[in-house]
Design a binder for this molecule. Structure first.
Ligand code: DGJ
Length: 458
């Protein structure tokens, strides 16, 4: 009893040495529990904050696009529609369409889509907010301050060097016609390569495949055509393999060319050209699937259909297998990508250098059958949407670290001065539900191509 009165119940714990140790243990356990719980909460908050910030980035990019569309590219009606009451007299020429005006170097519409050098994106010396944004048509400078020359191109992410390589046609020459009725052209100069760690600042790695000056019988002789070069890496052979469209000035050779290199920055050794599967091949691309198999996709039969066929294991040739796609649909400029087991492809119509309406297609097997979804362009006005924002597809690059997000790369050709063709780099935030909806209902709700800003410096 006396003991009890000396150690009142209210204390709760006995202060003998052994109990003291238990108390300390309990207190430490509690403290540890608090730390663990807090740590866990911290992780949850961080994840939430990260997903929020991705969401925020997307929202602000979309807003930026709207501003670009609304403010920078507000179109006045084409001349043809300015005076609806005007009656055309007999023999009078058809009034120009908006695309005619876009292509006419003397028109104000043309200037709007090919902004001056003083609006160029200069990631190194920009010095103001606009340096962080790219909108289609702006001249994009490399790290030497020179306009990037990589048309009809594609991007390879090289895991060995953690570097992006952008390959494309160097069109840094005079535009002329080989024949009065021929297409506007620039002599073959070669394939340019630019490297980047952040998809924003691009270092010129020079010509990785050069045109041929003297030998007129060579495929790469300057008088010929080299278009749409694409490079993939072969994990088995350790070689970088380039495929490209090889043609003569009249586009009658209709072949593919193959070149190979030990390094992503070349030099590439040109191997040969051929008509794949004994068929004409004009606009083309190659696609490397997740399992390492690669495919050639090309416009054939006078561009009336596309063909697809697997490459050999070394990627240096096609196999005998080929399937015909989009028969009688007259599509070109194919750009393929895969999203969670579904293959998607964007194509253009066949109107030379003039812009036209893109189509998106989908398939559960890359060899087909392919289903046409419709025009994937949203935003802007009808003119923008029906001209792919005055551009033509060339490549789709999955956005690193943002699964389900893609960068749509396209060319805004300037046929009267091909050297001054611009890039159109659009963000495509692919929402899977939109795609599922699109696949089921045949309606396309794929939000890409809003005149976009995608690439942020780190
Ligand atoms: C459209 C193609 O997509 C381009 O690569 C180029 O071949 C032009 N035609 C030439 O007119």
């Amino acid at each position: 009893m006396g003991m009890r009165s000396r150690h009142p119940k209210a204390l709760g714990f006995r202060c003998y040495p052994a109990s003291h140790r238990s108390l300390t243990l309990v207190l430490w356990s509690l403290a540890a529990l608090v730390v663990v719980v807090n740590f866990h909460l911290l992780i949850i908050h961080k994840e939430e904050a990260e997903s929020m910030s991705t969401h925020e980035i997307r929202r602000s990019i979309m807003r930026e696009l709207e501003v670009v569309e609304e403010e920078k590219f507000r179109l006045s009606p084409p001349r043809s529609r300015r005076n609806p009451r005007a009656v055309r007299r007999k023999g009078e020429k058809k009034p120009p369409t908006i695309v005619d005006e876009f292509l006419d170097q003397s028109s104000a519409v043309h200037d709007m889509f090919f902004p001056e050098l003083n609006t160029a994106v200069d990631p190194i010396n920009g010095g103001n907010d606009s340096m962080y944004f790219y909108y289609p048509g702006r001249i994009w400078l490399d790290t030497d301050g020179k306009p990037i020359q990589a048309h009809g191109g594609g991007v390879l992410y090289d895991k060995r060097t953690n570097t992006y390589f952008w390959y494309g046609e160097n069109k840094d020459g005079k535009t002329y016609k080989a024949h009065s009725k021929g297409a506007d052209r620039v002599d073959i100069i070669g394939v340019s390569c630019y490297s980047s760690k952040d998809l924003w600042t691009w270092k010129n790695e020079g010509l990785v495949l050069r045109g041929e000056e003297k030998n007129v019988t060579h495929d790469l002789h300057k008088s010929n055509v080299l278009e749409r070069p694409k490079v993939i890496y072969n994990d088995r052979t350790g070689k970088y393999v380039m495929w490209m469209h090889i043609d003569d000035a009249n586009y009658t050779k209709a072949s593919v060319g193959v070149a190979v290199s030990d390094s992503p920055t070349g030099p590439f050794t040109y191997l040969y050209s051929k008509r794949p599967h004994d068929c004409e091949s004009r606009d083309m691309t190659i696609f490397k699937d997740d399992d390492g198999k690669a495919y050639l996709i090309y416009s054939s039969e006078d561009n009336s259909e596309l063909h697809i066929g697997p490459l050999t294991d070394d990627y240096l040739d096609v196999t005998d297998v080929m399937r015909r796609l989009l028969i009688a649909q007259h599509r070109e400029a194919p750009a393929l990508f895969r999203h969670e087991g579904t293959y998607y492809m964007v194509t253009s119509g066949c109107t030379g250098w003039a812009p036209n309406t893109a189509l998106a297609h989908a398939a559960t097997s890359v060899m087909g059958p392919w289903e046409t979804l419709g025009n994937p362009c949203v935003g802007g006005n009808e003119v923008f949407r029906s001209t792919t924002f005055f551009s033509q597809s060339t490549f789709v690059l999955p956005v690193p670290g943002l699964p389900g997000s893609f960068i749509f790369m396209a060319d805004r050709w300037n046929p009267s001065d091909l050297i001054d063709s611009r890039s159109d780099v659009d963000a495509g935030f692919v929402n899977v539900q939109f795609f599922e909806f699109a696949l089921k209902s045949d309606k396309t709700l794929w939000p890409f191509g809003r005149g976009v800003v995608v690439i942020h410096s780190s």
